[in-house]
Design a protein around this ligand. Structure first.
Ligand code: FES
Ligand SMILES: [Fe+2]
Length: 348
């Protein structure tokens, strides 16, 4: 299931230098994302209109990308601007372009109806441009349906099991968490508070805690503003006001998960981990390494799940009590998908 009228993270801005390009598949379509030598971002179908050579194998020259096979050139809009040794350029030589936006050091792409794309809808990730935060980007290619990645974040009861060696902690504390799921028709919010918890290894390393902590995990998912799950998590010494918003004395992290389908069963899982701990403290590097291990644990799980699903794709899942936020999220995404399908049917 692909939802086309939505913003997806295509790449980190740092992945594409001026005059360079990448070839990547999104929602089943091959796309070349390139940066002009002047620094502007563009995305075109990755297929030359002449003989189907991938444009991503070509070269950016000034404001155009040149096919490596016979030298045909295309600008940011997909217009064919030059055919060697030929004056007339037929309109059929143009290729499709996709709306792209560069914001907060991320490149977003819209794979659906270009007329419906509004850059103002794209979620803010202010940590990426705020000097109080230190962050690092990661780009995982996961052999799993993108919806399994969303499920994974929306059901954090997996944390003590899958992440026992990293950010886990005691399963009882996770099940005993004060959990609140809210759905307002556009966004699912999952808030989990774990007062008086024994901090997991990563929190002790990053926050220097000597005793128990009041811990929180807050997940916000608003797919109409980019297929992104924003997770805020952290801990403070017990009773110091974490649940009243006094968190500066504690340890805070923001973990942004950008989920972009590649095919029905493979995904680009781009994520950033951001912390308020200072660079000099050495904490960010510890945290980055621990989260790399943590998300790798998720990746292994997701790929194992997908492999079993592939054996019998029509078999249904059985629901359990912890599925609340996952069910709300799946309903929200199905609603978006069905709304798109009904527009397509009406247009036929
Ligand atoms: S295939 Fe691109 S110029 Fe011929
Ligand atoms: Fe996980």
């Amino acid at each position: 299931m692909f939802i086309r009228n939505a913003w997806y993270m295509a790449a980190f801005a740092s992945e594409i230098a001026p005059g360079k390009q990448i070839g990547r598949k999104y929602l089943g379509e091959s796309v070349v994302v390139f940066r002009t030598e002047g620094g502007e971002i563009a995305a075109l179908e990755d297929r030359c209109s002449h003989r189907a050579m991938p444009l991503s194998a070509g070269h950016v020259d000034g404001n155009v990308i040149r096919c490596c096979y016979h030298g045909v050139e295309f600008d940011k809009s997909g217009a064919c601007t030059r055919i060697p040794n030929q004056a007339r350029i037929p309109a059929a030589a143009n290729v499709r372009s996709y709306p792209v936006v560069e914001k907060d050091q991320l490149i977003w792409i819209w794979m659906g109806d270009a007329a419906a794309a509004d850059p103002d809808d794209i979620i803010d990730t202010p940590e990426h441009d705020d000097p109080r935060w230190t962050w690092k980007p990661f780009n995982f290619h996961v052999k799993a349906d993108w919806q399994l990645i969303v499920d994974n974040i929306m059901d954090l009861t997996h944390v003590p099991y899958i992440h026992a060696r990293t950010i886990g902690g005691n399963p009882e504390q996770h099940y005993g968490a004060d959990t609140n799921v809210d759905f307002d028709g556009r966004k699912v919010t999952l808030i989990r508070h774990m007062p008086n918890s024994v901090p997991p290894r990563s929190y002790i390393d990053a926050g220097g805690f000597k005793g128990r902590v009041d811990r929180w995990q807050e997940v916000r998912f608003e797919p109409g503003r980019g297929m992104t799950l924003r997770v805020n998590a952290g801990g403070c010494d017990v009773g110091t006001g974490a649940y009243e918003g006094k968190r500066d004395s504690g340890f805070m992290l923001a973990n942004n998960h950008f989920v972009t389908p590649e095919t029905e069963t493979t995904s680009h899982y781009l994520w950033t981990i951001c912390t308020t701990a200072s660079k000099e403290s050495g904490v960010p590097e510890v945290l980055f390494a621990q989260f790399f291990d943590t998300i790798t644990e998720d990746e292994v799980t997701l790929e194992q799940q997908q492999a079993r699903i592939n054996e019998s794709p029509d078999r249904k899942f059985v629901g359990i009590a912890s599925d609340g936020a996952v069910n709300q999220t799946r309903r929200l995404l199905s609603g978006m998908f069905e709304a798109e399908e009904s527009i397509l049917v009406a247009a036929e």
